[in-house]
Unconditional design. Structure first.
Lengths: 43, 247
């Protein structure tokens, strides 16, 4: 396997890891905003 | 039971810490020299190993917080256990996914029913079950008690997964860092791996802050809704009055 092919796998791995991390962190932020809005509405 | 007291202001620093930790890991792992045997593929180790480490850490914290809840009966421990379990599930999923991406070019297959891989996937589904169990009831104390019992029992998966490579003949390599003889790799790679592990651990702490804040707010909403429902139900069950002598 050439170095370029190995880099493709590395980029796939890091892309997967960072997309998962960003989605999870964003989901926490979105859920906090939604719950704060519900509490603000008094519901 | 302790009522949640939502903070009026939300802290910003955990978001910044998470971003910096992610950046540090990326820069460190992209600039270190590649391994002599695996070449560039060895860079996957700098996110795969920290993910697996955080899965262990998160589930051990879940166990400790669950035990504290069963002892103190304070819901803040339940929220800490739940927050850590959710983060642990994410990092277990990441470790599995990254392991598969690493396995394909090195082993030639995405997946094999190796002891380490199988037990890690079982751990993943057990903690998914933990999160599902928490959604089976709206009663905060019942939910906390059920989850705490599972949180204490399920941690047995952590040593099973970790020592699986010692106890069974597996395709997966032995432990990289947590081994009795100490780590065995080039100094530059070891330093990079330790930087990545520390950065991910800091990221976990920052995630815990925000995830616990979310859990506290969700409990506050649940309590407010239950109080509201109680008031409506109270009005609805008022004894009906029948007028007499008016017909």
């Amino acid at each position: 396997m050439t170095s370029a092919e190995q880099w493709n796998w590395v980029l796939l791995a890091y892309g997967f890891a960072y997309v998962v991390l960003v989605l999870f962190v964003v989901s926490i932020g979105v859920r906090i905003s939604r719950v704060r809005a519900r509490l603000g509405d008094g519901s | 039971m302790t009522d949640p007291t939502p903070t009026s202001t939300s802290t910003t620093w955990p978001w910044i810490v998470m971003a910096v930790a992610g950046l540090v890991t990326f820069v460190a792992s992209m600039t270190v020299s590649p391994d002599a045997v695996q070449g560039q593929l060895s860079r996957i180790m700098y996110v795969h190993v920290p993910s697996a480490w955080l899965a262990y850490l998160a589930f051990i914290v879940t166990m400790a917080a669950s035990a504290m809840y069963l002892w103190k009966r304070d819901l803040k421990w339940d929220r800490r256990a739940a927050a850590s379990a959710e983060i642990g599930v994410v990092f277990t999923g990441m470790a599995l996914g990254l392991g598969m991406i690493w396995a394909k070019p090195t082993w030639g297959v995405w997946w094999t029913w190796d002891a380490r891989l199988t037990l890690t996937s079982i751990m993943f589904f057990i903690y998914l079950g933990y999160l599902a169990l928490r959604r089976t009831t709206d009663d905060l104390d019942v939910r906390a008690r059920r989850a705490a019992i599972l949180g204490v029992l399920a941690v047995v998966q952590v040593p099973l997964v970790h020592f699986s490579v010692e106890w069974w003949r597996t395709l997966h390599q032995p432990a990289t860092l947590l081994r009795p003889e100490g780590p065995e790799m080039a100094t530059s790679m070891l330093v990079t791996l330790l930087i990545a592990v520390m950065a991910f651990t800091v990221m976990y702490v920052a995630m815990m802050f925000k995830r616990i804040e979310l859990a506290r707010l969700e409990d506050a909403v649940l309590i407010a809704e239950q109080a509201s429902d109680g008031a409506v139900a109270g009005a609805a069950v008022t004894t009906p009055t029948i007028g007499r002598g008016t017909a």
